[in-house]
Design a protein around this ligand. Sequence first.
Ligand SMILES: NC(=O)c1ccc[n+]([C@@H]2O[C@H](COP(=O)([O-])OP(=O)(O)OC[C@H]3O[C@@H](n4cnc5c(N)ncnc54)[C@H](OP(=O)(O)O)[C@@H]3O)[C@@H](O)[C@H]2O)c1
Length: 254
Amino acid sequence: MSNPAAPRPVTVVTGGSRGIGRAIAERLAADGHDLVITYRVGAAEAEAVAASLRERGAAVLVVQADLEVAEDAARIIPAALQHFGRITGLVNNAGITGMIGDFLDVDPEESRAVFAINDLAPIILSKQAIAHMSTAEGGAGGAIVNISSGAATSGAPNTYIPYAMSKAALDALTIGLAKEFGPAGVRVNTVSPGTTHTEIHAAAGRPNAPAERAGGIPMRRAGEPHEVAGAVSYLLSDDASYTSGAIVRVTGGG
Ligand SMILES: NC(=O)c1ccc[n+]([C@@H]2O[C@H](COP(=O)([O-])OP(=O)(O)OC[C@H]3O[C@@H](n4cnc5c(N)ncnc54)[C@H](OP(=O)(O)O)[C@@H]3O)[C@@H](O)[C@H]2O)c1
């Protein structure tokens, strides 16, 4: 942080136990944040991440929550506030794609889970975080970063159209919140990764998706989680003090 006398930022990262969320949490710890990370089933992974964050000097709270369940989503910000007394940032990172395939093979029940995790949970978390951070509510201001996807603008035909829809909706959350809460000291931005090396592709039934897609990416490779994390850290920092409603693509030019 640029001002060593300033209080440490306290940032909540959903899905911080693996992949992009882990890289975001590690980068934020290195940049002076205290952290709340959440996971659904990967307790051991989450505790390993927490240990690596503490090695970087961060105070850490780990919260188990299944973001498909609204009541679970609603527990995270209160737990963060109980533990740290305040929060300054939220990264809505946890997400699922559903199985890769053609639209006619989409299972609507799976789509329900995609929208619950990728959209409803960020609505719940953002509401609670903004109620705390908004200067209109007596808060000190803050920042939110939503992790969207390049799929939001490609539509992801033959791959996962409902996921693309869920991320387009998340982009609308960013734009609307940035406008509604700009006067209240809360900045809201999106980082949209392109295909990035994580386990999300195996969960979608295509573990080799990064290699398969590399030829169609202008930079001819998939991204690495740390390449997404830097953009998130910037948007949460004072360097981005006049940046809100932005959608930053980290897509290798795609
Ligand atoms: N990787 C890519 O190519 C790519 C591209 C564009 C956008 N994104 C977006 O980036 C974000 C992170 O993706 P990733 O690739 O890092 O995914 P990932 O490796 O599959 O990690 C997902 C994280 O979210 C958590 N999570 C999954 N389902 C959850 C649920 N129901 N409730 C609570 N937590 C849950 C996981 O915790 P558990 O392990 O405990 O389940 C894990 O920490 C997602 O929003 C994704 O859509 C990824």
